[in-house]
Design a protein. Structure first.
Length: 654
């Protein structure tokens, strides 16, 4: 690789030069080398002129050797750098707009690709970032460029354009309708943990890993646990670094004080005493009515906080696991332990603490903080047509779908309405629709007495785990654990199944414990169409293994009509399109399993290969619509779907 002197536009020229000894020795070698040298010189001049015409950026003297973008990667070149010394490196932000792509055009070709466009990345709390990309760039390529430019890891990125998540990494940005000048919203997932060091007056240092939403009071309790003889909680006082004026209150959150890792909190002690260990005050009782209503509040909420289930049908009887979940969550709120917002996801999700403040008991997701909703805390714009991030879903219906996934996750022993088993076949955590009031939630700016307004949302049991599936390779997962999630996703036509929303935990102690997968985040299940169905487990080896006999027996017991009636009993009157989705997906699952198809075979029928190409199930539905006359009953339409589906599956299994 040889580089010419810096030009006015400072774009390097890459020329492949043969090493000494290459080629055959013979007469006229010197003349041939001279001819080749002249040819290389002319080629360098042509390349320099082409790059100069392509550039719209005039470099300053300090920018004599900018980075050059080839494909999805950015290569920083330095004067005199050899081929062996070329390494991947980050691109400077001031060059994000000026990157020029090499598309393999010859000297006589166009000076710059007409596909080159400028997009703008909007990140909450940061200036808009301009970026030059190709319309033919894949989503994965754009994410790699963002990682190179800003340092955000690809796995921590979510891109949203025109109210739709750009979730298919192998698709091109033009497939999503992105063009020159468009704004893409970038959602960054940050770490939930903050590493802090507490330094006592005697010089002793105590290091803690603390969730960002934890309070000063929580840290004091951890200090007391580490050193029980230290102090009474009331006599501890924290100062942040060397700023005496910064004396946080008990309820001030750690992430407001420690803005980065390895921060210091200085502990001051007024007097030595025993650690406070008093019993918490009695919580407001939650009583069970004898049929007219499952729960009542008595007395009225104290301190501007409350939580109770939303019961549409008075005949619904909540199972004990849901009652205990509500009671534990309410007790934590009344003790003064605030909701802690999660740093993950595109919507507002809050970890609810128990009465001690040391454990999480549930996760609350308000409907007005969903993606594209009015109080979304991630900086996403409002939906212009009411549609959610996934096609066929509606903003504000995520909580209902979360509850529906739990209700329809029937246990192996029988249907949910006749069983008191806490977890179903797939292991969806217990979930209930609630209304909650607390000042710690996100409210619209300038809204008076916002804390007194109830928020409606889903409340799901918090599941302890040691990570999600995206943090480890899929080959270690038991096939049965993967298959139970496959059955759930196919049946509910899940539009948002990725490795990040499958938790991993172990049942039993030690290394011999059984690995269990727990599916969460079902706010985009049961959509009105199949356009955005995505299952990451299609790429896992277990999906190509056949179902076991127990799973086949469970699949055979599924009944879409009973499921629709059950959801109606709990208060969700499904739209015609949503109920049609459930009927067709259940039909496909049963027919495919009966023919011996694997989860991969069935899931591939539901999912699109690309964003533009219809899935096979969409083609079947379209063909069935064309085969019936307008005004045909739903039963006749489903019969047509079944007939076409049978023909396709029969050809598939020959």
């Amino acid at each position: 690789i040889s580089l010419p002197p810096p030009s006015r536009f400072s774009f390097p020229t890459l020329t492949l030069t043969a090493a000494p000894g290459w080629g055959r020795a013979g007469g006229g070698a010197g003349a041939k080398r001279k001819t080749r040298s002249q040819a290389r010189k002319r080629e360098r001049e042509r390349e320099r002129e082409k790059l100069n015409r392509c550039s719209k950026f005039e470099a300053t003297p300090s920018q004599s050797w900018p980075q050059c973008s080839i494909g999805p990667w950015f290569f920083p070149f330095e004067k005199g750098m050899s081929a062996a010394g070329a390494t991947l490196g980050p691109i400077r932000e001031d060059l994000a707009l000026s990157t020029c792509h090499s598309n393999g055009a010859g000297a006589g070709g166009p000076p710059c690709s007409p596909e080159l466009i400028t997009i703008y990345l909007a990140v909450a709390g940061a200036p808009v970032i301009p970026m030059r990309v190709l319309e033919s760039d894949s989503i994965a390529s754009v994410k790699l460029k963002i990682q190179s430019c800003k340092g955000f890891a690809v796995k921590k990125q979510k891109l949203v354009f025109d109210g739709r998540e750009m979730a298919r990494n192998d698709c091109l940005i033009r497939d999503y309708g992105v063009s020159d000048g468009n704004v893409l919203h970038l959602i960054i997932r940050t770490s939930d943990l903050r590493v802090i060091t507490v330094k006592t007056a005697s010089g002793k240092k105590l290091k803690f890993r603390v969730e960002q939403g934890r309070t000063v009071h929580y840290v004091k309790k951890q200090v007391a646990k580490r050193n029980p003889s230290l102090v009474d909680l009331q006599d501890q006082s924290f100062l942040f670094q060397e700023e005496p004026a910064e004396k946080p209150e008990e309820r001030r959150e750690i992430h407001d004080i420690c803005t980065n890792d390895n921060a210091f909190l200085h502990l001051f002690v007024c007097r030595t005493a025993e650690v406070e260990d008093s019993e918490p005050p009695a919580v407001a009782p939650v009583t069970v009515d004898d049929g007219s209503r499952a729960f009542t509040r008595n007395p009225p909420p104290r301190g501007g906080m409350s939580m109770e289930p939303v019961i549409v049908n008075p005949k619904v009887e909540l199972p004990p696991v849901i009652k205990n979940l509500l009671c534990a969550t309410l007790s934590g709120l009344e003790k003064g332990n605030p909701p802690i917002m999660s740093t993950e996801g595109t919507g507002g999700a809050y970890f609810m603490q128990d009465v001690s403040g040391n454990e999480f008991v549930s996760v609350f997701k308000p409907i007005d903080e969903e993606p594209l909703a009015e109080n979304n805390p991630r900086g996403l714009p409002l939906s212009t047509n009411g549609e959610g991030l996934k096609r066929g879903t509606r903003v504000g219906e995520g909580a209902i779908r979360e509850v529906a996934a739990y209700i329809l996750d029937h246990p192996s022993s029988g249907r949910r309405s006749f069983s008191h088993v806490d977890f179903g076949f797939a292991g969806v955590p217990p979930t209930v629709l609630v209304q909650c009031m607390h000042g710690g939630f996100k409210h619209a700016a300038g809204c008076e007495q916002a804390a007194m307004n109830f928020k409606v949302g889903s409340l799901q049991m918090f599941v302890k785990s040691f990570g999600s599936c995206e943090e480890m390779g899929p080959r270690v997962f038991p096939a049965r654990e993967v298959h139970k999630i496959c059955v759930l996703d196919i049946r509910l036509a899940n539009a948002d199944r990725h490795a990040g929303n499958i938790l991993v935990r172990k049942e039993g102690g030690g290394e011999e414990g059984r690995m269990v997968l727990v599916p969460i985040d079902h706010g985009y299940c049961l959509p009105e169409n199949f356009e955005d169905c995505t299952f990451e487990w299609l790429y896992w080896p277990q999906s190509r293994q056949p179902f076991c006999s127990e799973t086949l027996e469970y699949i055979n017991s599924l009944d879409a009509e009973q499921d629709i009636a059950l959801l109606k009993f709990y208060g969700w009157e499904m739209s015609l399109d949503c109920s049609r989705t459930l009927r067709i997906s259940t039909m496909l699952l049963r027919k495919g399993a009966k023919r011996g198809l694997t989860p991969f075979d069935i899931g591939s029928i539901l999912c699109r290969e690309t964003i533009k190409k219809e899935s096979r199930i969409e083609e079947i539905v379209r063909e069935a619509k064309a085969a019936v006359v307008p005004g045909t009953s739903e039963t006749a339409f489903l019969d047509s779907v079944a007939e076409i589906m049978d023909r396709y599956l029969d050809r598939l299994t020959i």
